[in-house]
Design a protein around this ligand. Structure first.
Ligand SMILES: Nc1ncnc2c1ncn2[C@@H]1O[C@H](COP(=O)(O)OP(=O)(O)OP(=O)(O)O)[C@@H](O)[C@H]1O
Ligand SMILES: [Mg+2]
Length: 368
């Protein structure tokens, strides 16, 4: 079995480090402190939440909710109610009666997922104010539970995109009523989350402990890489493992993907030349996607993205030095392009600007 996972979480042995972060989250859960977990994309937020869930004592109910697919408050309500039935209450006649009574105003309808057989229930909601009331009631239902609950909302920034406007204030006031449940808000659109949790004017201001996940420590990752390859019968020098880490600037997904590919290729002696060859293969594989980007972007946007990729990170994208070097034109049009590209998730603005996809960045570096 390939020990380098490229999706999901399996078990602690396949999970590298994150000891400090795990301890911090477990402590926050134990003491019912709410946490906002942020990082750039693909560093391992979701996996860390899974890891914590794996380690939690069995009495604690961990409800993980990925909000990414939700577009409306109603979707939020449906997901939350489905998860309550899946995780909090073992399905029984008694529970059906209890839920029917508690949510009687919303005529709960029970159903089973045709594929997995998982039970869920849906509330009948016909207006925004009903949707809001149902959120309050769902959180009250959790509060009334005898069990300690962790409610982890992944991709939480999604709520800012719902057409219903006061959901932040509504959630905040419900959460304040609860000092036993631990709420975790996680997401990768850091600017949206930071704005939500650290702007004075916003309901969630100063209401949670902010945890910023960065790259896994290089030394720890190198140890992990060597150990997993050795166990699989491969030989790899420390220098080569360090090379894999740096080639992927320590971004968890990319390091994992690179190692996964090397492992599946099966060449038992891993050398730096082999590492670089796999990197080229990965870029070649993705090329069709990158060509597609070129079609989708305007000429200025594409030239700008390429220029930023060539520099890896640009601290001052409006400076004369940068714009002249790459012949990019006026800073006002660059400003608009950066704004659009950030909204599309292609660029990340943090102490300057860089690309969100490291492999795309590496590929652009090879382009004329
Ligand atoms: N500590 C770890 N050890 C080994 N692999 C990990 C670790 N953390 C994450 N991964 C792997 O890295 C990849 C990215 O992780 P994950 O999806 O958790 O990141 P994320 O920050 O939630 O990403 P996104 O921003 O896209 O939601 C996954 O394939 C996961 O299996
Ligand atoms: Mg994630």
């Amino acid at each position: 079995m390939n020990p380098f996972l490229i999706s999901g979480y399996e078990k602690p042995e396949l999970f590298c480090d994150r000891r400090t972060e795990t301890k911090k989250l477990l402590n926050a859960i134990e003491n019912s402190r709410n946490v906002t977990l942020i990082s750039e994309r693909r560093l391992g937020k979701t996996s860390l939440l899974n890891h914590v869930n794996y380690l939690l004592e069995k009495e604690v109910v961990f409800i993980y909710i990925d909000l990414y697919p939700t577009l409306l408050l109603k979707d939020f309500v449906n997901l939350l109610s489905a998860k309550i039935l899946e995780k909090l209450e073992p399905f029984s006649d008694k529970v059906i009666r209890k839920i029917t009574g508690f949510f009687s105003a919303f005529k709960p309808k029970f159903s089973f997922d045709p594929e997995t057989g998982t039970p869920s229930f849906e509330l009948t909601i016909s207006s925004i104010s009903e949707a809001e009331k149902s959120v309050s009631l769902l959180l009250e239902y959790i509060r009334n539970s005898e069990k300690k609950v962790v409610l982890a909302f992944d991709e939480f920034q999604q709520i800012t995109k719902y057409p219903e406007k006061n959901i932040e204030a509504l959630l905040r006031s419900e959460i304040q009523k609860d000092n036993r449940t631990c709420f975790i808000f996680s997401g990768s659109q850091t600017h949206l989350l930071i704005a939500m949790f650290s702007a004075y004017s916003r309901p969630f201001y100063n209401s949670t402990e902010i945890m910023n996940l960065t790259q896994i420590n290089q030394e720890e990752y190198v140890k992990f890489i060597i150990q997993k390859f050795s166990k699989g019968g491969f030989s790899i020098e420390k220098e080569t493992a360090n090379h894999i880490y740096s080639r992927n600037i320590g971004i968890t997904y990319n390091v994992q993907y690179h190692c996964h590919k090397l492992f599946s290729k099966g060449e038992k002696e891993i050398l730096i030349t082999g590492v670089d060859k796999i990197c080229k293969e990965i870029l070649k594989e993705n090329e069709v996607v990158y060509f597609n980007y070129r079609e989708l972007l305007t000429s200025l946007q594409y030239r700008l993205v390429k220029a930023i990729a060539k520099e890896t990170h640009v601290e001052k994208p409006y400076s004369n030095e940068f714009t002249t070097k790459y012949n990019l034109g006026s800073s006002s049009s660059i400003r608009t392009a950066i704004k659009n590209l950030s909204e599309k998730g292609i660029l990340i603005q943090q102490n300057g600007v860089h690309l969100s996809d490291w492999y795309f960045s590496l590929w652009l570096k090879t382009q004329m």
